[in-house]
Design a protein around this ligand. Structure first.
Ligand code: HEM
Length: 408
């Protein structure tokens, strides 16, 4: 089989991993999946068990890239910052050190204080297309709002947000999409540019702290007020880049997927329109049914047994939140998107245990305000019947439609 055939097969699997998940949940023990180079953890209870046994299942490999980097890209990246372990890829005390400023900066109060800004941004984005009668919502809305919001959280100047968002998408492409060598080179250059932008903020906030997440991370990860060492800058830039990407690519992806499912089964959209108080339940169902982060990795720290399968130390497992969320032992008709489903808040879409998502409240607020806004401003929203049905991007990391053409 050629590299292209192999890639095409992998893309199809990534566009629709659900049939594989179904087989893995029914299999005895764990299923080894060569395409993932890992044991697939597919059942709700097994996903929870791995995430709770953090000493046995390390996060060191949580975000292993899907794509090996070319020599050309490897030549460019040392001009930037990192890589260093971040909150997602550390365990134990190191993890708690990274996690502390995130918990404080994303507390309920902090998130509530960000919501009015998010609402204003969202409303202005809709003003930009509401009179047009049609739009492509991934570009016009889904990929815009979360970058503005996480930019505000971190403390970026709004003028720097487009460059930061661009850099974030390029980092994702570099690590998770097959690019030709010159494409990898260009993406690596963009990632390095993002890192220098973030380094400017890190050094500025050391000198002039403000009430923002960048200042809080500088204070927590490099206590004191001496000039930052190069090593501290490497760590801070890597951590900020991680927060930026964790904060907007996920939420952008899920806004697109949520709107897609509401419009694809238009009865659901009509129900929501008739009763906007269903918005929180619609959000939970969107997050459960087809979540943005389908899976992260773990690596065993010692020989362990999981679901009856014996794994040696150093075994890679792929922990599929997206599969646990379709587990028929926990949900009736798990493959159906149903915004009236009771008790769907126990899903795994935001992870579980010590690494569970600290930004879930901020994500939920943006998803809810999007529904409130769209139901009021474009109640006649529908998928554009003159376009082919939307296709999902071939990725497990930020699952979303490639585009979403709508009319009203
Ligand atoms: C719909 C949007 C989102 C989804 C589906 C999502 C999903 C997740 C998941 C599944 C994890 C667990 C990772 C693991 O088990 O290793 C996680 C962790 C994380 N998320 Fe989110 N997330 C979203 C939005 C956000 C937002 C808005 C932020 C911040 C502004 C954020 C910041 C983080 C961070 C920093 C971690 C790492 C936590 C740790 O390792 O302790 N996420 N997220």
């Amino acid at each position: 089989m050629t590299w292209h055939d192999d890639q095409a097969r992998r893309d199809e699997l990534y566009r629709d991993p659900y049939p594989l998940y179904d087989r893995a949940r029914r299999a005895e023990g764990l299923m080894y999946v060569p395409e993932f180079d890992a044991w697939l953890v597919a059942r709700d209870r097994d996903v929870r068990e791995v995430l709770l046994r953090a000493e046995d299942f390390s996060s060191a490999n949580a975000l292993l890239p899907d794509i090996p980097l070319s020599q050309a890209a490897l030549g460019v990246l040392p001009r930037g910052f990192g890589p260093r372990p971040t909150v997602v890829s550390s365990d134990g005390a190191a993890h708690r050190r990274h996690r502390a400023p995130l918990n404080r900066g994303l507390s309920a109060g902090r998130v509530a204080a960000l919501v009015p800004y998010a609402r204003t941004c969202a409303s202005e984005l809709v003003d930009g297309f509401a009179a047009d009668g049609s739009a492509e919502l991934v570009a016009a809305y889904a990929r815009q709002l979360p970058g503005m919001v996480v930019g505000r959280l971190i403390g970026l100047d709004p003028a720097d947000v487009p460059a930061a968002v661009h850099g974030g998408y390029r980092a994702e492409e570099l690590l998770f999409r097959p690019l030709p060598p010159e494409g990898q080179l260009a993406a690596a250059e963009d990632v390095v540019a993002l890192q220098h932008l973030l380094d400017g903020y890190v050094r500025d906030r050391r000198a002039h702290p403000r009430d923002d997440m960048c200042s809080a991370m500088v204070a927590a990860l490099a206590p004191g007020d001496d000039e930052l060492t190069l090593e501290q800058r490497h760590e801070l830039v890597t951590s900020l880049q991680n927060l930026l990407i964790a904060g907007f690519l996920t939420t952008s992806a899920l806004i697109g997927t949520m709107l897609l499912h509401l419009l694809a089964d238009r009865r659901q959209w009509r129900m929501l329109r008739a009763d906007p108080s269903l918005a929180p339940a619609a959000v939970e169902e969107a997050v459960r049914h087809d979540t943005a982060i389908q899976a992260f990795r773990r690596i065993t720290t010692r020989p362990v047994t999981l679901a009856g399968t014996k794994l040696p130390a150093g075994a890679a497992v792929l922990v599929a939140y997206g599969s646990g969320n379709r587990d028929e032992e926990r949900y009736e008709r798990p493959g159906e998107f149903d915004i009236t489903r009771p008790g769907n808040r126990q899903h795994l879409a935001f992870g579980y245990g010590t690494h569970g998502c600290p930004g879930s409240q901020l994500a939920r607020e943006q998803l809810r305000l999007t529904l409130d806004l769209f139901v009021r401003r474009v109640p006649e929203l529908r998928l554009d019947a003159d376009r082919p049905p939307p296709r999902m991007r071939p990725t497990l990391i930020h699952r979303s439609p490639q585009d979403l053409y709508v009319t009203w």
